[in-house]
Design a protein around this ligand. Structure first.
Ligand code: ADP
Ligand code: GLC
Length: 484
């Protein structure tokens, strides 16, 4: 092995667990920097200083101050809790110190100035990346994520000397599209109004800043890397992605195996591991109790923790629901999202309160308890760049039912007769996108559940899989070294 000096990596994202989280991006932005630090690299994480984030940390230190456009910003330094990762917060109260969600106002609609907010954030990242922020630190690599940081690679591309850039697609469905007037108001270079740059069918596309200008593109699973090059999953960007195929790769997300460990998880009613799987039942009982479900062992408890949006196949579940409830099953659902899905689930629960447990909202403790207490985890996504919940559920001995797309296809091995015989099966693939497909797959799960030794082998196979960052962080490092 050649002896490489450590790389300096600037990691720019719009959320990172445990400081601020709306979805899986935060899990990755909170755990990959830690894994890279473990590989002896020098990582700095940069995030917007949202009000709710500032409220969670103790006395951050001001380490730099400058202006971007007509906004004064301060850089506040803290440490990502539970790690040694230095984290820089871009503090600009006019843009980021607002109640609630990083992207949405209290009305559930995107903040009207999101383009300006994330443009200024990108400009601040570029100041840090070009070592003109006064921090006296020059990265070799700038790694940015999703549309909110798309302009980082674009802006850096204009500098004569610059660090190498990597852009990771966590979800191509969110592109950061704005009208032409916004392009003009931000004062972006006129030549970028071209379909070779930021223009996308008459709109300004933030994600294209990453897709067009970054030196390397990655996405969060090998299968999704192939899918987004097709018109079915490409959202109109598949042509561009095929054009950049030589620099595009898929690296499967890892998970934080400390935080998601049934053996030590303090949020559970009862800890357990692969050898003490019998103890898992206490978590089912506690979950039934907590959600007001009938206290029964003879029903298959289906769990779901999800943003309630079309991506996640909530409508597939709703289509199957009545027929599903004719079987010996219960449901434990945690999620929030589109009002139509929240209302439909609330109405279903009102009809069958002892069979459907529902919590609309965001609740990390309950998320862990569902992973542990459910028998089967539902994730019938229409598309899924990677997905983390299916990996959490396998680790918790709760086999997942998934649609075999994206990272779900790459992580869950279907309980076919052959895979069961080989002892490799870890879950269930649902073949289609309709209610009857889901129903048939739940029936397949039910019949295996009624064979306890076979079910236990399925649980154990999932629990034995290594979903840690060990492998994938090494893949990112190898990629960085190619371009540093
Ligand atoms: P996505 O990022 O598309 O939402 P992932 O499976 O990658 O999907 O990650 C979702 C993350 O968000 C997981 O850590 C999951 O536990 C968490 N999560 C989603 N909805 C909720 C919720 N309502 N309450 C608590 N955690 C949630
Ligand atoms: C996105 C995707 C999800 C992925 C997560 C982290 O939110 O929807 O599949 O796991 O990002 O990469």
């Amino acid at each position: 092995m050649p002896n490489h000096p450590p790389l300096r990596i600037l990691f720019a994202a719009s959320e990172a667990h445990p400081l601020i989280k709306t979805g899986g991006l935060a899990d990755v932005a909170g755990s990959l920097p830690r894994a890279l630090t473990g590989l002896k690299q020098q990582v700095r994480l940069v995030l917007p200083a949202y009000g709710s984030l500032l409220a969670r940390i103790d006395k951050p230190r001001e380490v730099a101050a400058f202006t971007v456009g007509d906004h004064a910003v301060r850089i506040l330094a803290t440490v990502l809790p539970g790690s040694r990762v230095t984290t820089w917060l871009v503090d600009c109260p006019a843009l980021f110190d607002r109640p609630g969600n990083p992207y949405l106002g209290p009305d559930g609609q995107p903040w009207p100035d999101n383009a300006l907010r994330f443009f200024r954030f990108a400009e601040a990242v570029v100041r840090i990346a070009s070592d003109t922020a006064g921090l006296n630190w020059q990265p070799d690599i700038v790694h940015s994520h999703d549309w909110q940081t798309g302009l980082v690679s674009a802006l850096l591309s204009r500098l004569p000397a610059r660090p190498a850039t990597v852009f990771t697609i966590h979800n191509l469905a969110y592109q950061g599209l704005f009208p032409w007037q916004t392009f003009e108001a931000l004062g972006l270079p006129g030549e970028w109004w071209s379909h070779h740059a930021l223009e996308f069918h008459g709109q300004l596309s933030f994600i294209k800043g990453g897709l067009v200008f970054a030196d390397r593109l990655t996405t969060v699973s090998p299968t999704y890397a192939r899918e987004i090059q097709t018109s079915e999953y490409g959202y109109g960007l598949d042509g561009l992605l095929r054009h950049r195929a030589a620099v595009l790769s898929g690296i499967l997300n890892g998970i934080d195996v400390q935080e998601w460990n049934p053996g030590t998880d303090p949020r559970l009613a009862q800890n357990y591991n692969r050898r003490t799987l019998g103890k898992k039942a206490a978590n089912k009982a506690a979950l039934q109790e907590q959600l007001g479900l009938e206290r029964r062992d003879d029903v298959l408890l289906l769990g779901m923790v999800s943003r309630l949006v079309e991506q996640k196949g909530v409508d597939i579940l709703l289509e199957a629901l009545d027929a599903l409830l004719l079987r010996p099953v219960q449901l434990a659902i945690l999620g929030s999202g589109e009002a139509r899905f929240e209302q439909a689930l609330q109405a279903a629960r009102a009809r069958q309160p002892g069979r459907i447990g529902l919590h609309i909202g965001y609740d990390e403790t309950l998320a862990h308890r569902i992973e542990a207490g459910a028998d089967l985890f539902l994730m019938p996504s229409r598309f899924e760049p990677c997905g983390l919940n299916q990996m959490y559920s396998m680790r918790y001995g709760t086999p997942p039912l998934v649609r075999p797309v994206g990272g779900l296809a790459d992580t869950v091995i279907d309980a076919t007769d052959e895979n069961l015989a080989a002892g490799t099966a870890t879950g269930f693939h649902c073949p289609g996108e309709r209610g009857p497909d889901l129903l048939a797959t739940v029936e397949r799960a039910l019949s295996l559940w009624h064979q306890p030794p076979a079910w236990r082998r399925l649980q154990e196979a999932g629990m034995a899989r290594d979903f840690s960052w060990r492998h994938s962080a090494g893949e990112y490092l190898a990629l960085y070294r190619q371009i540093a």
